[in-house]
Design a protein around this ligand. Structure first.
Ligand code: CMC
Length: 353
């Protein structure tokens, strides 16, 4: 029995390969760092969905359809937190296994997230613009001004970096639900429900809370010692698969270079990272704990002016591409996922005659 299913092989996939020993991530034959440097969210959709939808159009036509679906997404001011707003919005998408559903899900995310974020700032939602790219339109709907090319590049780098990552908890959840033939919207909602936990996609907000609490490099050692002594986990460190540096961390650090105004914050974060790695290695000499994707995610999303309450939903938006592709891959196997459990409870009490 393996409670975390660590050693269980549960799927064959052509989507991504996470090599934890070498710190390498391949997404459909491309290195993550190359994709992050070049591709857009729409490119990643085309890459991941190719072969899974018979009616998938060429990349430029897919991008146009995503824009049109974004413009058709119903939105409203809401006092719901962004994760709830996204789950509710996705619940309204027709729950089919077809391309229209896939497009509607991924297109709806930026609209719903921006509306929820603005409502928390007491600002009305802004209408989507189908003529912009997804990243440009999201930043415009959030901030009420056109995004700069550097900001658009940085957000695309993030969305592409996290678009797929093997059989992580949320992707597994999405595949389980898809295997019941519930539909792609149900699979995506299962994905975000798993993602929201702090051990998975909920870490970047707490990374910034940690940096705020440390406040300056000279206080890092004392703060980290105190946290580890209390048995707390340092957010943005450790990974189930990677035993070396998560390659996505450096892809995101490279993307931060597009936003030079962050240089001071980046230097502070690097100092905290070094102290954290030193302390983690001293406490867990037998367990290789290194930085994961969430540490520099936090810095990048902060630099784009995205509120911390939205971080998990931005992750869900990018990862929705992978959840949908994995859902289709699972459906294609034709098998319902149904593992077994070992009963270790009490035996039935014998009835009195
Ligand atoms: N800070 C301090 N100690 C840690 C950390 C950490 N971040 N991560 C693991 N450890 C310790 C853990 O307490 C355990 O110690 P002991 O053996 O004394 O009980 C030891 O290292 C082994 O940990 P584990 O529980 O076997 O590790 P895991 O594979 O279950 O954990 C993890 C993976 C990501 C849940 C964990 O490293 C963690 O909680 N990290 C902080 C949260 C975080 O950054 N999450 C984002 C993950 S990356 C993005 C994603 O995939 O969603």
């Amino acid at each position: 029995m393996d409670a975390g299913l660590e050693h269980v092989l549960a799927a064959e996939t052509i989507l991504s390969d996470v090599n934890g020993a070498e710190g390498r991530l391949i997404i459909r034959g491309r290195k993550v760092e190359d994709l992050a440097a070049e591709a857009t969210h729409e490119d990643a959709a085309h890459l991941l969905w190719s072969g899974f939808f018979a009616d998938l159009p060429p990349a430029s036509a897919l991008a146009q359809r995503i824009g049109a679906a974004r413009a058709a997404t119903p939105y409203q001011a809401t006092d719901a937190d962004p994760v709830t707003a996204l789950r509710r919005g996705w619940a309204l998408v027709p729950d089919t296994e077809g391309l229209d559903t896939a497009i509607a899900l991924t297109a709806a995310a930026p609209v719903l997230i921006a509306a929820a974020a603005r409502a928390r700032m007491n600002l009305p939602p802004l209408a989507p613009d189908a003529t912009l790219s997804s990243a440009a339109d999201f930043l415009r709907m959030l901030h009420g001004r056109s995004a700069t090319p550097a900001e658009i590049r940085a957000l695309n780098a993030y969305l592409v970096t996290i678009c797929d990552h093997g059989l992580n908890a949320s992707t597994f959840a999405a595949r389980v639900v898809a295997s019941t033939r519930a539909g792609l919207a149900s699979a995506a909602i299962a994905g975000i429900s798993a993602l929201k936990g702090p051990l998975h996609g909920g870490a970047p907000g707490p990374v910034l809370d940690m940096l705020d609490a440390i406040a300056e490099p000279s206080q890092a050692e004392a703060w980290i010692d105190a946290a580890l002594t209390k048995g707390e986990r340092l957010m943005g460190f450790g990974h189930r698969i990677y035993r070396v540096r998560d390659p996505r961390a450096d892809a995101l650090k490279a993307a931060l270079a597009h936003l030079p105004s962050t240089a001071g914050r980046l230097a502070f974060a690097e100092a905290v990272e070094q102290t954290a790695l030193q302390k983690l290695r001293a406490r867990h000499p037998a367990r290789s704990l290194d930085i994961n994707v969430e540490f520099y995610t936090a810095l990048l999303l902060e630099a784009l002016g995205i509120p911390r309450t939205c971080f998990t939903t931005i992750f869900a938006w990018g990862r929705s591409l992978g959840w949908i592709a994995h859902a289709k891959e699972q459906i294609a196997t034709g098998r319902l996922v149904r593992p077994q459990s070992v009963y270790v409870g009490p035996s039935p009490i014998a009835r009195r005659a």
